[in-house]
Ligand binder design. Structure first.
Ligand code: NAD
Ligand code: IPM
Ligand code: MN
Length: 366
């Protein structure tokens, strides 16, 4: 899957390489998928000769309801200065209908750590997982393998606006700095990974502010003559994603559209139980989380799919420079899928813990 850069190297010197990983299991199924996945990541570390020192942080709806704290400044400073990566389950709880804690913790970390790239791969790991019909497609199979570069620090997500009587106003913010750097990140990644086309999606036919995306996409892509660039309005791209996902390689878009497209992308390749993501700023520690949320209906039932969290762990290993571990984690997920070790969302009967334990064993023997 190959990420952007190796973010950090651990302290030099002899002995086992050690990485400091803060975990924020969060709410709902978050703690279950994190608890099930950590032994799988540990198995990969043991197998490939490094150590993951996990530190569990309590920030969640429970913690907020008990203490009034979302993400205290001292925790933020600790995360900013002292860790190599953050591994997050999910945040969101019906007891916090305003979602204040998730805004402060999840969006707060993305914004305050300036993790401007939300890297969301969409890959079909087993042919049977897609709901798309293979009939009529060349070779009879659907080959889906693209990456969404979602801008992660601006757009609709700044929460700017006002409520004026009956009028609720939400403002989108797109800056030259913010749009340029996500477009450049997508093009750089495409170039580094032998991709030949980057697709930019906006709604500039209805939203004048999106003309900035058109302008900057033209300007920045001129520096990458080997890469074909194309523009789609977001509505048309949503349709194309379903009709012709095979032709997509790299998609770059704003924060809100990237959020929506990443759930659609997940649905094309087996659902949210399989979709990983990484929040990145090259050269800094990243925040790694599945695309899915806390799925409160499924919480506490040992039925959540841990594969999205494990694939997210693979992205984390890759960003840490542990490429063999990343590849082994991905192979273990593929092997579990092929062997029918599947949770109910994929039509199977495996529990969260059993599926993860199977993959831990597989990694250890890899
Ligand atoms: P969701 O992703 O939590 O769940 C939607 C549906 O997808 C679930 O009902 C379930 O059927 C399926 N699903 C998701 N993950 C699964 C898994 N690992 N295994 C099996 N099935 C899975 O989205 P939602 O219901 O819209 O949101 C629930 C809460 O999560 C909300 O509070 C929302 O704000 C929050 N949320 C958080 C994050 C995050 O922390 N990164 C992401 C999305 C949503
Ligand atoms: C995601 C989630 C978040 C987002 C929510 C929980 C604020 O949907 O990571 O995809 O919209 O970014
Ligand atoms: Mn989302």
């Amino acid at each position: 899957m190959a990420l952007l850069h190796h973010l950090r190297k651990p302290d030099g010197g002899a002995g086992l390489k050690r990485y400091r990983i803060a975990t924020i299991p969060g709410d709902g199924i978050g703690p279950e998928v994190v608890d099930a996945s950590l032994p799988v990541l540990e198995a990969a570390a043991a197998r490939f000769g490094f150590a993951l020192d996990f530190e569990r942080l309590p920030y969640s709806a429970d913690h907020y309801l008990a203490t009034g704290e979302t993400l205290p400044d001292r925790a933020f400073e600790h995360l900013r200065h002292d860790v190599d990566a953050i591994y997050l389950g999910a945040l969101g709880d019906p007891r916090v209908p305003g979602n204040e804690h998730a805004r402060d913790i999840l969006l707060g970390l993305r914004f305050r750590l300036d993790l401007y790239i939300n890297f969301r791969p969409v890959r079909l790991l087993q042919p049977d997982l897609t709901p798309l019909k293979a009939a009529g497609r060349p070779g009879g199979e659907v080959d889906i393998d693209f990456v969404i570069f979602r801008e992660n620090t601006e757009g609709m997500y700044l929460g700017r606006g006002r409520v004026d009587g009956e009028e609720y106003v939400a403002e989108e913010v797109h800056t030259v700095h913010g749009v340029t750097r996500i477009i450049r990140a997508a093009l750089e990644w495409a170039k580094a990974h032998g991709k030949t086309r980057v697709t930019m999606a906006d709604k500039s036919n209805a939203v004048p502010a999106h003309r900035l995306w058109q302008r900057l996409f033209g300007e920045v892509s001129a520096e990458y003559p080997g890469i074909e660039t194309e523009h789609r309005y977001i509505d048309a791209l949503a349709m194309d994603m379903v009709r012709k996902p095979e032709r997509l390689q790299v998609v770059v878009t704003n924060n809100l559209y990237g959020d929506i497209l990443s759930d659609l992308g997940a649905a094309l390749v087996g659902g949210l139980g399989l979709a990983p993501s990484a929040n990145l700023h090259p050269g800094r520690a990243g925040l790694f989380e599945p695309v899915h949320g806390s799925a409160p209906r499924h919480a506490g039932k040992d039925r959540a799919n841990p594969m999205a969290a494990i694939l997210t762990g693979a992205l984390m290993c890759e960003a840490l420079g542990e490429l063999d571990a990343a590849a082994a984690l991905e192979r273990a997920v593929r092997a579990a899928l092929a062997a029918g070790v599947r949770t109910p969302d994929l039509g199977g009967t495996a529990g969260t813990r059993a599926a993860a334990a199977w993959m831990a064993e597989r990694v250890a023997r890899s």
